[in-house]
Design a protein around this ligand. Structure first.
Ligand SMILES: Cc1cc2nc3c(=O)[nH]c(=O)nc-3n(C[C@H](O)[C@H](O)[C@H](O)COP(=O)(O)O)c2cc1C
Length: 330
């Protein structure tokens, strides 16, 4: 073999080595010190407190389980009709129906304790004290890995959402931060704002460990025959594939403009229905992904996404799913 042939052969071998497909890919991710077996979790409010879905969903396959919103006092929620199917999605106006803090601790926490995957409890309220009461109590429960603040709730004082004013959001997050010592603090951003980056900055300044986005987009549906709103509440929150492009852009903006530099991980959600969607959110900057509306359509969606992710990583020769985070090319 001539020297040139040898060099060519060596170069070819090096290229082949780069293409070697890892047989086992690492699906684990880390969110501000919280280690997850994989990046797929539920979206709050789309699988109750867990037991309701335990027969149809393999909750143990998840990276983490996220509960529906818990408030200080029990809530009945809005009057029916509370859900309407729309093109490529659905509108819901559940109105934070939940059993309240006391029953949550007594009746729901035992299930979460045995679940075998990190439990994230979503917390909502209509005044600052509500959030403080719930977060303080849940921070004392060791099986609650993280608290996710749902800030898309109107404040009783003025009817404005905490999540639409950066000053108010920062105040809320820093007050909660002062009380939460053990659990990770996630702030779930509302997309119903002009500047999502300003809201993300406010949450980070207030002390958020992790951001999740997006919550539902405000919308309504009208029945042309009855000439009435289809939801008893008139307006509701839009979710499902229809909102995916909006969610992706918001994740991308928040990651590139503030979260990456601050070292604050993102849980991306909004219309994710398959592994390809999950990959897109991770490329845009999400470290983990939430699956919500898709659970109502395909109970096997979580295992489908995990299998698809694995196959994608192998095909691309990527050893760790975390290598996808923010890897979007220009
Ligand atoms: C029926 C339903 C109930 C929801 N309840 C809550 C809730 O209690 N708290 C919350 O923070 N988000 C709630 N959400 C919003 C979801 O957690 C998620 O942010 C949103 O639906 C976008 O994800 P998706 O398109 O995958 O559903 C709810 C969504 C749906 C569809």
């Amino acid at each position: 073999m001539s020297a040139d042939q040898f060099t060519l052969a060596a170069q070819q071998a090096a290229t082949d080595a780069q293409r070697i497909v890892p047989s086992v890919v690492d699906l684990s991710v880390e969110l501000a010190g919280l280690r997850l077996r994989n990046p797929v979790m539920t979206c709050s409010g789309t699988s109750g407190y867990g037991p309701e879905y335990a027969d149809v969903l393999d909750l143990r396959a998840l990276g983490a389980f996220v509960t529906k919103s818990v408030t200080a006092e029990p809530r009945k929620g809005n009057a029916p009709q509370r859900i309407v199917e729309t093109t490529g999605g659905m509108l819901n106006a559940i109105g934070l129906a939940n059993v309240g803090l006391r029953r949550f601790i007594d009746e729901k926490v035992p299930f979460l304790r045995e679940l075998g995957v990190p439990a994230i409890v979503n917390v909502a309220g209509h005044k600052l004290e509500d959030y403080l009461t719930v977060c303080r109590a849940l921070d004392a429960i060791d099986c609650v890995a993280a608290l996710e603040l749902n800030v898309s709730c109107p404040n009783v004082a003025d009817g404005l959402e905490f999540g639409t004013d950066p000053v108010r959001l920062r105040q809320l997050v820093s007050a909660v931060r002062a009380e939460v010592r053990r659990a990770k603090l996630i702030v779930k951003l509302s997309p119903n704002v002009t500047d999502i980056v300003a809201m993300a900055s406010a949450a980070i300044d207030g002390g958020a460990d992790i951001l999740s986005l997006i919550n539902t987009l405000a919308g309504m549906a009208i029945n042309a025959e009855t000439q009435r709103p289809m939801l008893a509440n008139t307006s509701g929150g839009l979710s499902g594939p229809a909102i995916k492009p909006v969610a992706l852009l918001m994740v991308h903006k928040v990651y590139t403009r503030v979260a990456k530099a601050a070292g604050v991980p993102i849980i991306g959600m909004g219309g994710i229905a398959n592994w390809r969607d999950a990959v897109e959110f991770m490329l845009a900057g999400a470290t983990a992904v939430g699956i919500g509306t898709a659970l109502f359509i395909n109970a096997g969606v979580v295992s489908d996404i995990l299998a698809g992710l694995q196959e994608y990583l192998q095909r691309k020769g990527v050893a760790r799913v975390s290598d996808l985070v923010g890897a979007l090319k220009a």
